[in-house]
Design a protein around this ligand. Structure first.
Ligand SMILES: [Mg+2]
Length: 230
């Protein structure tokens, strides 16, 4: 298939959700308990562990159905609310709204350089594939944000059953890419993105998209061997 492929992290690299998970739980709670005083900081302790990407050494192929994936996270959300002082009944009702809030594209922002950088690299023959630790609805989110047209494949941990930095998700990405001659991984997480990629022989580029990071990544890719088509 492709001779040159760039693997891209999504969250924090190409786009971000305002307030991240903590902000999402605050928004869901507001819908159930208007006027509450719970803050994102109050919810942080209960969200520090328990997401699939917090235990990447363990695969979760049995959770690849979206309803099951979200259902497995409900106790985590309820626990975070209760730990922040929310009544258990209100916590349970709010937790059931987290999915809708998290996947609402209105809360997501694409970094200013994302589309331009993806387009410029594609013009000179690079293919793009997403490799993300994310929720099952990532594909729909990419469509809603107008980014899907840039990618030949989306390798989503929640559907693959393995989280970065586990080598299996990168191996799936390489398979989907057709084992290209030239490949890069671009991401904002030194462990999940860069360490994971390097462990399977993929050179990584750590980026800070808010500080011209995507432009710098593109320059580095373009300074190396050329892609030979997509
Ligand atoms: Mg990221």
């Amino acid at each position: 298939m492709a001779e040159g492929v760039v693997l891209w992290d999504f969250d924090g690299t190409l786009a971000f959700r305002d307030g991240m998970w903590r902000g999402c739980l605050v928004d869901a709670l507001t819908e159930i308990v208007p006027g509450h005083t719970v803050t994102a900081a109050d919810l942080a302790p209960g969200l520090r562990d328990g997401f699939p990407w917090h235990s990447p050494e363990t695969g979760h192929p049995g959770l690849s159905a979206p309803d099951e994936w979200w259902g497995a996270l409900l106790p985590l959300f309820v626990g975070a609310y209760v730990r922040a002082g929310v009544d258990e009944d209100m916590a349970t009702r709010s937790a059931q709204l987290v999915r809708v809030h998290y996947t609402d594209p209105g809360y997501w922002t694409v970094f200013p350089d994302s589309a331009a950088v993806l387009g410029e690299l594609a013009e000179v023959g690079w293919c793009h594939i997403i490799v993300s630790n994310h929720v099952p609805e990532l594909g729909a989110l990419l469509r809603d944000l107008g980014l899907d047209e840039h990618f030949t494949a989306v390798v989503n941990s929640s559907l693959v059953g393995w989280e970065k930095p586990h080598r299996r998700i990168f191996e799936v990405a390489l398979e989907q890419a057709g084992h290209p001659e030239h490949v890069w991984m671009v991401g904002d997480n030194p462990v999940a993105d860069i360490g994971g990629a390097q462990a399977v022989g993929i050179p990584g580029i750590l980026v800070n998209p808010g500080q011209d990071g995507l432009r710098m990544a593109a320059r580095r890719i373009l300074s190396g061997p050329p892609a030979l088509g997509c």
